[in-house]
Design a protein around this ligand. Structure first.
Ligand SMILES: [Zn+2]
Length: 100
């Protein structure tokens, strides 16, 4: 079971066209979305570490190939994405740990 639950209904893409703001509970378009185009969402933008990762088949140029949450991705990759506040806080905590 994915959390938040809506993730079950939307496919992951490494080149997503929507972002879910889980705090404000709004969906934000990340670019122009054509009529009939499938909504895709970058799972690690809300998932820190997933119980079960999966092989990505999004076929985008920048495909990360294996998705297991933000904690498994390097910061320079995550930097390119819009991330939930939850993930940003997690990243910050990680940074603080590394600084010690
Ligand atoms: Zn991908």
């Amino acid at each position: 079971m994915l959390d938040p639950e809506f993730l079950q209904y939307i496919n992951h893409s490494c080149n997503p066209n929507v972002f879910f703001d889980t705090q404000k509970r709004v969906v934000i378009a990340l670019g122009n979305i054509e009529i009939g185009e499938e909504f895709t969402f970058f799972y690690p933008s809300t998932e820190w570490s997933m119980d079960r990762g999966f092989d990505c088949i999004c076929q985008s140029e920048n495909c990360l190939e294996y998705i297991q949450g933000a904690s498994h991705l390097p910061p320079n990759v995550l930097k390119k994405y819009k991330l939930s506040q939850y993930i940003q806080q997690k990243l910050k905590k990680d940074d603080d740990k590394n600084a010690l």
